[in-house]
Ligand binder design. Structure first.
Ligand code: DX5
Ligand code: ZN
Length: 219
C-alpha cells in the first residue's frame, strides 16, 4: 500500500493549521511545495511557513523545492523543521554535492525529475538519496491533469530500481486523483502526492480514506 502525502498547495492558506489538522490522522507525510517564481512561474511560501507548520503537526514534512539554487536553501529549511528535502535535477548542476549537503544537514534527500527528464538522470545518485520524485505534471501549479506518458515512466523506473537493488522511495506528484490512484500505485509508486483532490474536497480526510479503499481494490 503506497503512502499518501497530501500537498497543502491546494489548501486554504488562511486556515492552514485547521487544514492540516483535518488530514493529520489519515496522511503518512505532508507535502510542502516551495516555489520561487524562477524555476517555476509562481511563488508559494518559504521556510518560515515550514517552521510554523512544524509546531502544528507530527507528520513527516516532505519539502519539495521547486527553486533555482536549492543548495542555498538547504540549511534554512532543515533548521525550520523539514524532514525531507527534494531538489530538482534540472536545477542542480552539482546534484551529488547538493544531496550530500541535505543528508549532512540531517534530512532525507530526494531527487525530482520533470515529466520530460529521463529517469537515467537520477541513476548515478540513487545511493545518495532516499527518494526519487517523478513529476506527473509540469511543476508550478496544483490542479493540473496527470500526463499519460508518465505512467509508463513510473513502471520503467520501478523496474530499474528493482534491477539495481535500490531501496529509495518512488514518489509521484501531480494530477493524482480518485480515478487514477490505483493505476499510479500499480505502476510502482510508493508515495502518492495528492493536492487538489484532497483539499478542494469539503472533507479532506474522507477523500484520503476513499483513496485507501480504492488502493485496497475495494469496489
Ligand atoms: C505541482 C506540485 C504538486 C501539486 C500537486 O507543481 O509539485 O505537489 O501540489 O497538486 P495536484 O494533486 O492538484 O496535481
Ligand atoms: Zn510537489
Amino acid at each position: 500500500m503506497p503512502k499518501l502525502a497530501p500537498s497543502i498547495l491546494s489548501a486554504d492558506f488562511g486556515r492552514l493549521g485547521e487544514e492540516i489538522a483535518a488530514v493529520e490522522a489519515e496522511a503518512d507525510l505532508l507535502h510542502l511545495d516551495v516555489m520561487d517564481g524562477h524555476f517555476v512561474p509562481a511563488i508559494s511560501f518559504g521556510a518560515d511557513v515550514v517552521r510554523a507548520l512544524r509546531r502544528r503537526t507530527r507528520l513527516f514534512l516532505d519539502v519539495h523545492l521547486m527553486v533555482q539554487h536549492p543548495d542555498r536553501h538547504v540549511a534554512p529549511f532543515v533548521e525550520a523543521g523539514a524532514d525531507g528535502l527534494t531538489v530538482h535535477v534540472e536545477a542542480c548542476p552539482h546534484l551529488h554535492r547538493t544531496l550530500q549537503q541535505i543528508r549532512d544537514a540531517g534530512a532525507r534527500a530526494g531527487v525530482a525529475l520533470n515529466p520530460s527528464t529521463p529517469f537515467g538522470h537520477a541513476e548515478q545518485v540513487l545511493g545518495d538519496c532516499d527518494l526519487v520524485l517523478l513529476m506527473s505534471v509540469n511543476p508550478g501549479f496544483g490542479g493540473q491533469s496527470f500526463i499519460p506518458f508518465v505512467e509508463g515512466k513510473i513502471a520503467a523506473a520501478r523496474r530499474r530500481l528493482q534491477a539495481l537493488g535500490a531501496t529509495c522511495e518512488l514518489e509521484v506528484d501531480g494530477g493524482v486523483k480518485l480515478e487514477n490512484c490505483r493505476a499510479v500505485a500499480a505502476a510502482g509508486a510508493s508515495i502518492l502526492v495528492i493536492g487538489s483532490a484532497v483539499f478542494h474536497n469539503p472533507d479532506p480526510a474522507a477523500t484520503l480514506r476513499e483513496i485507501r479503499r480504492r488502493l485496497r481494490g475495494e469496489p
